[in-house]
Ligand binder design. Sequence first.
Ligand code: UTP
Length: 292
Amino acid sequence: MKVRKAVIPAAGLGTRMLPITKSMPKEMLPIVDRPVIHYVVEEAIKAGIDDILIITGKGKRAIEDYFDRSFELEYYLREKGKIDELRQIEEIGEMADIHYVRQKKPLGLGDAILHAEKHVNGESFAVLLGDDIIISNKPAIGQLIEVAERRNSPVVGVEHVPHELVDKYGIIDGKKIEDDLYRIKTLIEKPIPKEAPSNIAIIGRYVLTPDVFDALRETPPGKGGEIQLTDALRTLLDEREMFARRVAGKRYDVGSKAGFIRANLELSLTREELRDEVIKLMESILREVRDG
Ligand code: UTP
């Protein structure tokens, strides 16, 4: 198996981030000075992927505009001699070979993935959800691809979460077979804590094989009336082995308000030109809050 293509589902309604997502895709929310989806595309590219399919939907045009060339802006920046800015803008327009397909109705992550069938054309492929930014030395999706190619099997990215939060995630039960690697026994979408088989949660990274499409077609709507990828993967487990790789890295759930704010604060600290100013700012805010 060789993984060359990535699918980024970005057609969800983003209700946890309302009201901003009423008129703006959550994938375009800024983390410091670039949209969430920029970090996600960058991760895929760093993992050696050069073909990316973004699943979009109603109101998501800004995503396409962002990755497109912007000749007017490039002309303006060139005229003004703003060369650094010009390079940055040009680079975004050339980041990867990006394709788009529209999911007409947000019927769930599983349904969004089904829209990728034609594009992936019988190959195994990576999936990166735009809600999760993962910062790591080795790109998170690359960690999964390494296992998928070695084992010739689908792999999901996982992380241990506090037990009371298991109902926010797909949860796996698995047998540990190597450091940070499990053979999956079962998967369940958003279980109530007392029914959860573990606290090992699926985060927004997967490597899938093309047989997932048949499994998805057979999957009836599950939790929330949506076609759940987790349900389709459980069906597929009857037919083949599947693995869960504990991802090394720092994850930000930017689809939630607290996660979004945290990502902005922490990632601004990784920017040399901002770091000192942001630390001073945070210190002064804390002082004000403490002093009432
Ligand atoms: P989420 O459940 O986190 O996205 O789906 P959401 O529905 O937009 O968010 P909330 O819960 O209402 O705030 C996980 C991923 O699947 C995509 C989303 O864009 C996100 O990347 N998705 C979800 C689709 O592409 N289509 C869908 O029908 C549902």
